[in-house]
Ligand binder design. Structure first.
Ligand SMILES: NC(=O)c1ccc[n+]([C@@H]2O[C@H](COP(=O)([O-])OP(=O)(O)OC[C@H]3O[C@@H](n4cnc5c(N)ncnc54)[C@H](O)[C@@H]3O)[C@@H](O)[C@H]2O)c1
Length: 534
């Protein structure tokens, strides 16, 4: 499908933050662009605003003065909707209110031709609902740009119930021609990004509510271990707690209060208190003159044990024994049958491969540590996070959290059980420090911080894909470009294995009954197709 011809004018209705950004994108691509806003004088101001931003691009050497002048020459402010009659595409970016948008499109249809593509930039309303008032609803799509539109590559192309495939194709091809990376999705609450991203905020809020770790530590662990560009607390302070909470609420309401999307009481209280984030000078963290951001909990240097014994393959942390060996720790592999050390660790016993973790002398079984463990000198087991709290597991243990890449990560979180030997906690801290990591010791929480977030993101993504919201590939693209995730949920699932993701989420579901962590059918199928995991 060809993109909209550059000769066809594009209209932008509503010339606030998003409208101006979208107008800049369309005019830079080469279209004549007409701007309309209900507030008198605002469209004219928007033309000046776009011209000024194009001017800054000239200063930065990204645009020539000639290109800027030509683009500014293609921008026109119009005083009423009749000035949009010759447009081939109208992108609406007025305030987020369904009746206002419906009335606007009903009025617009009286002026534009029947082949004019109509698009809304809504971020949370139903495209189907807005199109409900139209005479020709087949030409209506969602064209969801991200802020700032000239810089953010992602555009969600949303098909409502009535959208003709040809209209979605034209919108997709046009966004592509404008230099964007469009992904197609169906009309679902939150579309792709705002639907799939909910657990990123929700899990951090829950961990903090349960006093497992403070916000600065949660942020640091997700950044430095999980590989996320920003932690959820600093990010929502930037977005605005009110804005983030409103999105969460609207998605939850649109899903008829599905427990998977339940908003957070603590975030609600923050909003009620007026602690909206950077814009109000205080959110999770203080801002303004002299304000210092709290530091994450970071352990003081500890001594690493000279030797450790590894039983099993450690699942997603299978690179760890090699790393520790490189750091100078003697790593021995246990003989599962004899329950004692038996020479160097050899790779190969992956999840799903064998029965290495048979019941040991201390009564531990494969169910207590399905992905193996590191034996510490005092008898405490150091194991990769698996969704079980240390309390539920019983026996002295220390869980360590998931990292996107154990080699590259700079921080690891540890959760000791109440019964863990104190000297072994120091030894575990020292072990990771010896491998060059900062360590945060946190409370005993099933799924810790990174793992619980990632398994929920994977589940939400697979569920969305199974329901036809978007392809797995487009969901990965959307999460990487829309919210800067270091890997898409599909990529994470392939890395971790469906069986591991399922097992961790299933365990969380046992620890927190109520539906929030119930694995989706899509994840069960994915796990079944990728092996049993033990
Ligand atoms: N700001 C964001 O980060 C962001 C990101 C993606 C999508 N969106 C969506 O884009 C839309 C616009 O958001 P914004 O942040 O640019 O808002 P904004 O408040 O900056 O601008 C809205 C503009 O619409 C005008 N307007 C209001 N009613 C109108 C009408 N009936 N006809 C013509 N103009 C009208 C207002 O005068 C104002 O200039 C919303 O639907 C929002 O959900 C916003």
């Amino acid at each position: 499908m060809a993109a909209l011809a550059l000769s066809r004018p594009v209209a932008v209705v509503g010339t606030g933050t998003m409208g101006q950004g979208i107008a800049q994108v369309a005019v830079a691509a080469g279209h004549p662009v007409r701007l309309y806003d209900a507030a008198p004088g605002r469209a004219r101001e928007a033309v000046d605003g776009v011209a000024a931003r194009l001017g800054r691009l000239v200063e930065k050497g990204r645009l020539t003065a000639g290109e800027r002048d030509a683009a500014v020459g293609r921008l026109t402010a119009v005083g009423d909707l009749s000035g949009l009659a010759d447009c081939g595409l109208v992108v609406e970016a007025v305030l987020e209110d369904a009746p206002v948008k419906r009335d606007l499109f009903a009025a617009l249809e009286k002026h534009v031709a029947d082949d004019c593509l109509l698009a809304t930039n809504t971020s949370s309303l139903s495209v189907t609902e807005i199109a409900g008032a139209l005479r020709v609803p087949g030409r209506f799509v969602g064209l969801h740009f991200f802020n700032p539109a000239p810089l953010m590559p992602l555009v969600e192309v949303v098909s409502g119930f009535a959208t003709d495939p040809g209209a979605a194709d034209l919108a997709h091809a046009t966004a592509l021609a404008w230099g964007k990376t469009p992904v197609r999705c169906s009309d679902t609450p939150g579309f792709v990004v705002n639907r799939v991203a909910r657990p990123f905020y929700a899990e951090a809020l829950r961990v903090t509510e349960e006093r497992v770790a403070d916000p600065a530590t949660v942020d640091a662990v997700l950044r430095e271990s999980g590989g996320f560009r920003m932690g959820p607390f600093e990010l929502t302070d930037l977005i605005g707690q009110d804005v983030n909470e409103a999105v969460t609420r609207s998605v939850w309401e649109a899903f008829f209060h599905d427990p998977k999307f339940t908003p957070s009481l603590v975030q609600h209280r923050l909003v009620q208190a007026g602690r909206l984030g950077r814009k109000s000078g205080q959110g999770w963290f203080p801002y303004g003159p002299g304000a210092a951001k709290p530091s994450p909990r970071t352990e003081a240097p500890c001594r690493a044990p000279a030797e450790i014994t590894v039983t099993g393959d450690l699942g997603p942390a299978s690179a760890l024994p090699g790393l520790l060996r490189e750091a100078g720790v003697a790593v021995r592999a246990a003989d599962p049958a004899a329950g004692q050390a038996a020479g160097q660790h050899t790779d190969g016993a992956g999840p799903g491969s064998d029965g290495y973790a048979g019941a040991g002398e201390d009564g531990w079984s494969a169910d207590d540590a399905p992905w193996g463990w590191i034996g510490l000198p005092g008898g405490t087991r150091l194991l990769p996070v698996d969704g079980m709290s240390s309390e539920a597991r019983g026996g002295p243990s220390i869980a360590f959290d998931l990292a996107l890449d154990y080699r590259a990560c700079t921080r690891v979180a540890l959760a000791p059980s109440a019964t863990a030997d104190e000297a072994d906690v120091s030894a575990a801290v020292g072990l990771f420090q010896k491998a060059g990591k900062e360590v945060s010791v946190i409370g005993d929480a099933p799924g810790m911080i990174v793992a619980r977030t990632v398994v929920q993101l994977v589940d939400f993504a697979l569920d969305a894909a199974a329901r036809g919201v978007a392809t797995e590939e487009d969901i990965d693209t959307a999460m990487k470009l829309g919210v800067n995730y270091p890997a898409g949920p599909g990529e994470w699932a392939r890395r971790l294995g469906g069986a591991w993701v399922f097992a961790v989420l299933d365990q969380l579901n046992t620890e927190y009954p109520g539906g929030r962590y119930a694995p989706s059918r899509a994840l069960s199928r994915y796990a079944a197709a990728s092996g049993t995991g033990r």
